[in-house]
Design a protein around this ligand. Structure first.
Ligand SMILES: *Cc1c(COP(=O)(O)O)cnc(C)c1O
Length: 465
C-alpha cells in the first residue's frame, strides 16, 4: 500500500468511525453471535496474492462487525466500562501511525517526558501528595503483579530474583475476599502461591476488610513461622464495589512493616472528584503502590493503567535489569521499561494528554458525578419494581439487584436481556447468591439511556416470567 492510498483509507475509516458512534444505539449491545459463526466465514488458508483494501473492508463490515460486542454503546452497563473518548482515539491514531517503541528515554524522549508529566497531572487530579511518581502499565493485572513481586523481594531481602523462592518459607499476602482475580494470579506467578494469599472477609456498608481479623491473621502467621510480606487493599472491588477503610489497614501494615498496594482499577477514576476522595480515600497517601485504570471510567482508550509509587526504589530494585544493549548514557534519565515486566512499551501517555486537555478536569468530573447520580436514581426505580430487590446498594455507580425467583431465574433474566440487546448487564455472586450487576459509566451515556434500563427490564421480565 502506498501512502496516498493509506491517506484515503484513513479518511474513509475516520468517517466510518464517526458514523458508527452516531448510530450505536441502533445496534444490539452484546453480539448476537453463535460460537464458531465468525471463524466459519474466514478463509481456511492465508491468501497467496495480496487483496484489495476495498475487499478487506467489505468483509470487515459483513463478517467482523456482526460479531462485535459494542463496548462504546451508551447502554453498556455490564462488567466495568472500557471507555474511549474521541480525543483519546485521535491520540491513539497518531501513536499507531508513528509506531514508536518507547522502552527507554532515548528510544522516544517525548514519550517518556509526556508520561512523567501525565503521571504528575493525574497525581494532582487524584489529590495524591508530591512524593508519588509512577508509570503507565498495560493493565492493572501487570501493576498488581509488579507490586506483589516487590513484596516478595522486599520480604526476602531482595534475594528472590537471585536464589528463587524455594527455601524462603511461606511469604504471606493479605487481602479481603472481595479482591479481583488478578491478585490471585499475581500470587500464583510470583511463586508465592494461592495458599499463601490470606483472604479475610469484608463487613459493613462497603464490605471492607475486617481489620481485627487481618491483624489476628498476621499474628497467627508469625507465630506459625510464616513471613508476612504485604497487604493489598481495594477501593471499588469488581463484584459489588467493596471498598476497604484505608487508614486502619495501613496502620496494621506499618506495625508489621508490610508493603502495601491498593487496587482502585475501576473506582480510582472517580477520585478526581474531591467529594469521593473524602468518602473513599482518607489516608490513601500511605500506600506504597496504587493502581487505577484511566481506560475504564476516565475515558482513555484501552489500554492505559497507571501505577503510582510512593517510592519507586523497591519496585526498581525488583524489576530493573540492564544488559549492555539497553545501556544509554546519562544517569539521570528515566527509562520506564525498568519499572515494569515487559520491556517494550507503547506511547500511552499521549492519549491522556489529549483527553485531559480536551475535557479539562471539570468535564471529566461532570461525567463521573452524573454516572453516580443516575445509578442511584435507577437503583431506587428498580427497588420499586414488584418483587425485585436491591442486593447491594450503590457504591459509586455500581449496584446489584435480584428479580423474583432463585439463582436460575437471575441468569434467565440476564440472558434474556442480553438476547434482547437494548441493554447489556452481567451477573455476579454475592454472599452465596447470584446477583445482577448494573454499573453506569459509559462515556456517552445519558440519563435517558440509564433510565431506559428499568423499562427494558420490565418489558423482558414480562416476556419470560
Ligand atoms: C478491571 C479490574 C482489574 C483488572 O484490570 P486489568 O487492567 O484488566 O488487568 C483489577 N481490579 C479491579 C478492581 C478491576 O475492576
Amino acid at each position: 500500500m502506498n501512502w496516498d492510498d493509506f491517506a484515503n483509507w484513513s479518511k474513509h475509516i475516520a468517517d466510518w468511525g464517526a458514523q458508527y458512534h452516531k448510530t450505536l444505539r441502533d445496534r444490539p449491545v452484546r453480539a448476537q453471535t453463535k460460537p464458531g459463526e465468525i471463524s466459519a466465514q474466514l478463509a481456511d488458508e492465508p491468501p497467496t496474492k495480496g487483496e484489495d483494501m476495498s475487499v478487506i473492508l467489505r468483509d470487515f463490515e459483513d463478517i467482523v462487525m456482526p460479531g462485535m460486542t459494542h463496548w462504546q454503546h451508551p447502554r453498556f452497563f455490564a462488567y466495568f466500562p472500557a471507555n474511549a473518548a474521541p480525543p483519546s482515539m485521535l491520540a491513539e491514531q497518531l501513536v499507531n501511525t508513528m509506531a514508536a517503541q518507547c522502552m527507554l528515554w532515548q528510544t522516544s524522549p517525548a514519550a517518556t517526558e509526556v508520561e512523567g508529566v501525565m503521571i504528575d497531572w493525574l497525581r494532582q487530579a487524584l489529590g495524591l501528595p508530591q512524593p508519588y511518581t509512577g508509570v503507565i502499565q498495560d493493565s492493572a493485572s501487570s501493576a498488581t503483579l509488579s507490586a506483589v513481586l516487590t513484596m516478595r523481594e522486599r520480604a526476602t531481602g531482595f534475594s528472590g530474583n537471585r536464589d528463587g523462592v524455594n527455601g524462603k518459607g511461606s511469604l504471606r499476602i493479605y487481602c479481603s475476599d472481595q479482591v479481583h482475580s488478578s491478585i490471585d494470579r499475581a500470587c500464583w506467578v510470583s511463586g508465592i502461591g494461592q495458599e499463601n494469599l490470606v483472604k479475610i472477609s469484608g463487613s459493613g456498608a462497603r464490605y471492607g476488610i475486617d481489620t481485627g481479623a487481618l491483624e489476628a491473621a498476621i499474628e497467627a502467621d508469625i507465630a506459625a513461622g510464616h513471613t508476612p510480606a504485604g497487604v493489598i487493599a481495594i477501593t471499588g472491588g469488581t463484584g459489588v464495589g467493596a471498598s476497604d477503610t484505608l487508614g486502619p489497614v495501613l496502620k496494621i501494615a506499618r506495625k508489621y512493616d508490610l508493603y502495601t498496594h491498593l487496587d482502585a482499577a475501576w473506582a480510582g477514576s472517580a477520585m478526581i472528584c474531591p467529594e469521593f476522595r473524602d468518602d473513599f480515600w482518607q489516608d490513601v497517601d500511605g500506600f506504597d503502590s496504587i493502581v487505577f485504570n484511566p481506560h475504564k471510567w476516565l475515558g482513555a482508550q484501552f489500554d492505559c493503567s497507571v501505577q503510582f509509587l510512593r517510592d519507586a526504589g523497591p519496585q526498581l530494585d525488583t524489576l530493573k535489569i540492564e544488559p549492555e544493549y539497553l545501556k544509554t548514557t546519562g544517569d539521570a534519565l528515566t527509562n520506564y521499561s525498568e519499572w515494569t515486566i515487559p520491556l517494550g512499551r507503547r506511547f500511552r501517555a499521549l492519549k491522556l494528554w489529549f483527553l485531559i486537555r480536551s475535557y479539562g478536569l471539570e468535564g471529566l468530573q461532570e461525567r463521573i458525578r452524573n454516572h453516580v447520580a443516575w445509578a442511584e436514581e435507577l437503583c431506587s426505580k428498580i427497588s420499586a419494581m414488584d418483587g425485585f430487590e436491591i442486593a447491594t446498594d450503590p457504591i459509586l455507580s455500581l449496584f446489584s439487584f435480584r428479580c423474583p425467583g432463585d439463582d436460575a431465574a437471575q441468569q434467565r433474566l440476564v440472558d434474556a436481556l442480553n438476547a434482547d440487546g437494548r441493554i447489556y448487564l452481567t451477573q455476579g455472586a454475592f454472599e452465596g447468591r447470584k446477583i445482577i450487576r448494573v454499573q453506569v459509566g459509559q462515556f456517552d451515556t445519558t440519563r435517558e439511556d440509564v433510565m431506559a434500563v428499568c423499562a427494558v427490564i420490565q418489558d423482558v421480565w414480562g416476556q419470560i416470567k
